[in-house]
Design a protein around this ligand. Structure first.
Ligand SMILES: [Zn+2]
Length: 217
């Protein structure tokens, strides 16, 4: 017998009023728990924080995905930039944060590379005891609203435990999210909320992965 594939779903770049509610409804109906990697700027806009509160109250984990989601941290080495992007967002997340203090770097359309972190950003993640989480599947829901499902299913089928990046933003995964979850159900995957070791770079501030050298400027 072949062991079931495991899948951890993550939703980045929200919360987005009008979208995140529907994603939460879909997940709640299926009792699937995920992590929402939120943007600080979205927590400051109307309705944003309420959605993060709702997500957390429904059992999802809230992670930090930068404040502006503009220039990747590895492309701007100054410490002040890293501090603003990471710490200001963490302050806004406040008590909604998971104890592991999840942080996911941004940029590059899902490619791993030195654009993701600067040395100053890594210092900050270590000092702040963050758990830095990457991914193993980026199906591209924001750029290919139809094709992302096939890519996502292929990624899940290719690994024992995929960490899939989707986006709770406009014009991304929402229109076909139910169909994607139906397809995963038909593959009898095990939905997980935690992260496999191969996507974790720092755990509570300790560097646990040799991949740090791949993703730092
Ligand atoms: Zn992102």
């Amino acid at each position: 017998m072949i062991a079931a594939k495991r899948v951890t779903l993550t939703f980045d770049n929200g919360p987005t009023p009008g979208v995140t509610e529907q994603v939460l409804d879909i997940l709640s109906a299926r009792k699937i728990h995920c992590t929402f990697f939120v943007l600080g700027k979205n927590l400051m806009s109307p309705g944003g924080r309420e959605l993060a509160v709702r997500a957390q109250s429904e059992g999802h984990w809230i992670g930090n995905h930068s404040f502006t989601h503009s220039v990747p941290l590895g492309d701007r080495p100054d410490a002040e930039y890293a501090r603003r992007e990471i710490e200001n967002t963490q302050e806004l997340i406040g008590e909604l944060a998971h104890p592991e203090r999840f942080f996911r770097p941004m940029g590059g359309g899902g490619l791993l590379g030195p654009h993701l972190l600067s040395p100053a950003a890594l210092d900050l993640l270590q000092a702040g005891k963050y758990t830095c989480v990457l991914w193993s599947s980026v199906p591209g829901d924001w750029k290919d609203q139809d094709g992302w499902i096939e890519k996502g299913i292929a990624d899940v089928a290719a690994r024992d435990w995929a960490v899939v990046v989707l986006h709770d933003v406009n014009n991304a995964c929402l229109p076909r999210l139910t169909e994607f979850l139906d397809r995963l159900d038909s593959l009898q995957v095990e939905f997980r909320q935690d992260f496999p070791e191969d996507v974790v770079v720092t755990r509570r501030g300790e560097i646990v992965s040799p991949r740090i050298s791949e993703i730092m400027a």
